[in-house]
Structure formats: structure tokens, C-alpha cells
Design a protein around this ligand. Structure first.
Ligand code: ZN
Ligand code: ZN
Length: 313
């Protein structure tokens, strides 16, 4: 895909939807910009991620653990050791319209010393931990799990963002379910009587905070009906793009069905947004395969150009 020249960098909105579809997406050796490790709910270390990306010949990867930067330093070392280009990022849980829509926000290449962002993460992690404890207490009345058995599923101690995936893994270890996905479809689903909602900041707050920290900010899998009863509307996305500084939309993600991909591509074109892709790899925690969806090189170069910190190594 040709760059658009000096005036507008590699802004995808200048390209046709068809052009985007032809040049992005699945099975290319592009960049996988959505990967989780043991620092949130993935099952492999950042070093494993980098080693596997090298083995697969990916152009590069982004580490994007939930609400944390704890995996960045290990990923940085591994990037240098294996010579795999690395974008440091985070996937931040947010909500819109008083919790009507749960939204995941991917932020790349931002200043990780920004006090506002770090404070936001700390509050979220604390509230998430309290919520997990409360859910486990409810569940332990009827199922053979305990807080200790959940903590056995946490690989990096205090550095891990503890959440429902670890409760799911404890239920699997106790033989209640066969897989983490089964647990998510069962007693820890949002419809379960054992479910307790978790505090999340507003999308607008998160996007603005990460933009202030110099990040490049993308809405993850925002056309995924399996994740939400209602999705962000076109007007919501227009607001984030035009009023909050949103940079892009993750279109190439397995949870966005074809009609939603078309809708998101149209919105990206209308509001001059970058179009990204990622696998949402969690190792053995989910069926998603590393590199199953990727982002093309011109888009990645534009992300690198906009970000406050540099791509590694
Ligand atoms: Zn997500
Ligand atoms: Zn994710």
C-alpha cells in the first residue's frame, strides 16, 4: 500500500475501503498489535511472546496487557535479544454511557511515567482485586474454589492484573469446567448471579488521559456483539474521534463479524481513523492464534510517528 505523501502521512482514510480490505487483515506477515502475557491474563511470558513472534516471522508485535505496564521491561529485553520490533502498549478497560457499553481501549507508545495514567491503573487494579475477592467469596459457598486457589493461577504475583480469567482458571483446576471459555460462558458470565460488576473509568477519560501521555489510542474490537448487549453507536465513535483525539479502530479482530468490520471501516474513513488488527493472543488462555490478525506496515509506521516513546529495539 502506498503512503499518501507529506500532507497526510499514512492516514488510511484517504484510501478506499476496498483498498484497506485488500491490503490489511489476516495471514499477512504484518504486526500483531494485540497480545497478552502473564502480566494480565495470558499464559506465556513477554519473552515467550517475542520468541514466538520471531519464530513466526511477524514484522513486530505490541504487548497489550490489561491496565498495566508491568510486562514492558521484560518485553524490551526480549525484543533486543531476538531482534523483534516491539511496540509497548496497554489494553485499558473502560465503560460508556453509565456502564451500558464495556469498552476496551488500546494505547500504544505513551509515556509510562505519566502520573495520571499510573494513578488510573492503580485505582483500577485495586478495585478489580476487591471485586475478584468478593466474587470468589460468593462462588466458594457453592463451588470448590478459594482465594488461595485463585492466587495459584496468578503467575507474576502483585505485578499481575488479577481478574475473572484467574477465577475461571481456578474453576478449571478444580474440575468444575474444562476450559476458561466454558467458565466465562457459565458461572462467571456477566449474567450469572455470582457476577459482580467492576469499576471502570469512562472511555472519554481514558482516551484523553492516554492522549495527554503521548499515546496512540485505538478502540479494541468495538464491533464485537458477543462482548456487549449493545455496541458503541456511530455517534459515540464520532465523539471519541472528534472530541477526544481517538486515533484508530481495531477492525481486524476475530470477534468483529463481517458486517461490523464494514461498519468500522466506513467510520474509519469518515473520521480519518487508523485501521488496525490484532490477534488478542492469550496463549493457552484463549483459542486466538498469535498473528491471526495483523496491522500493515504503513499504519504501524504512522503509529510510531505519532507515539511519544520509540519503537524497540
Ligand atoms: Zn479486549
Ligand atoms: Zn485483549
Amino acid at each position: 500500500m502506498a503512503q499518501d505523501g507529506a500532507q497526510d502521512g499514512a492516514r488510511n482514510a484517504t484510501q478506499s475501503t476496498k483498498g484497506l480490505r485488500d491490503s490489511l487483515g489476516q495471514n499477512s506477515h504484518g504486526w500483531d498489535l494485540h497480545c497478552h502475557t502473564v502480566f494480565s491474563d495470558g499464559t506465556f511470558s513477554p519473552t515467550d511472546l517475542i520468541r514466538m513472534a520471531s519464530g513466526q516471522g511477524l514484522a513486530g508485535v505490541a504487548i497489550s496487557d490489561h491496565d498495566t505496564i508491568a510486562g514492558w521491561s521484560e518485553a524490551k529485553e526480549a525484543s533486543a535479544r531476538y531482534g523483534v520490533p516491539l511496540i509497548r502498549g496497554t489494553e485499558i478497560t473502560a465503560q460508556h454511557d453509565h456502564g451500558r457499553v464495556s469498552v476496551h481501549v488500546l494505547a500504544y507508545l505513551y509515556d509510562c511515567e505519566n502520573a495520571h495514567v499510573l494513578g488510573l491503573y492503580e485505582e483500577m487494579r485495586q478495585r478489580r482485586l476487591e471485586r475478584a475477592r468478593a466474587m470468589v467469596e460468593k462462588l466458594s459457598a457453592d463451588y470448590p474454589i478459594s482465594w488461595a486457589s485463585v492466587m495459584e493461577q496468578v503467575h507474576e504475583g502483585d505485578a499481575t492484573t488479577v481478574g475473572r480469567p484467574h477465577i475461571a482458571d481456578a474453576l478449571v483446576a478444580a474440575g468444575v469446567y474444562e476450559t476458561r471459555s466454558d467458565a466465562f460462558a457459565g458461572i462467571i458470565s456477566t449474567k450469572s448471579p455470582y457476577y459482580i460488576p467492576v469499576f471502570s473509568p469512562r472511555v472519554a477519560t481514558v482516551v484523553r488521559a492516554l492522549k495527554d501521555a503521548g499515546g496512540v489510542v485505538v478502540l479494541a474490537h468495538s464491533g464485537a456483539p458477543s462482548r456487549n448487549r449493545s455496541l458503541l453507536t456511530d455517534e459515540d465513535i464520532e465523539f471519541f474521534a472528534c472530541q477526544c483525539g481517538l486515533d484508530g479502530l481495531e477492525v481486524w479482530h476475530r470477534d468483529n463479524p463481517p458486517e461490523q468490520r464494514d461498519r468500522l471501516l466506513g467510520l474509519a474513513q469518515r473520521f480519518d481513523l487508523l485501521v488496525t488488527g490484532g490477534s488478542d493472543w492469550h496463549g493457552a488462555g484463549k483459542p486466538n492464534v498469535l498473528g491471526e490478525n495483523t496491522t500493515d506496515e504503513p499504519t504501524v509506521q504512522e503509529i510510531i510517528r505519532r507515539g511519544r516513546i520509540r519503537v524497540l529495539p
